[in-house]
Design a binder for this molecule. Sequence first.
Ligand SMILES: [Mg+2]
Length: 142
Amino acid sequence: MQRVELQVAAKRIAREAWSKKMKTCLVVDDSSVIRKVARRILEGLEFQIVEAENGEEAIESCRQQIPDAILLDWNMPKMDGYDFLRALRRLPGGDKPKVVFCTTENDVAHIARALHAGANEYIMKPFDKDIVEAKFQEVGLI
Ligand SMILES: [Mg+2]
């Protein structure tokens, strides 16, 4: 997406969410299939969804509007999940979103690094509705 489109989309979705008293979730993943699956699950949990396909787009989106939740992929081109997370937590209000990061690697060091960078929880791919719902409950989003 273009920068301006992203800015407009993030603001429009935030306004809609506010008027419907819904929470917003930014879904960050370079796979359009994963974004689609995540969107379906999270819309079922009453979230308004904003999508980004890499960390750069995600940071741009957060500069416009800080979401309530972020479902974050780890491996992405341009800016990965780790660099995004560090950049997010330095933004004004960037400490607020609950961040659940997704990884395919069952690697303790990797998970520890993410939690140290400010992630609240993690899930392993492939995830389903039950897993997402459980983790979002654990961090107090639902
Ligand atoms: Mg990826």
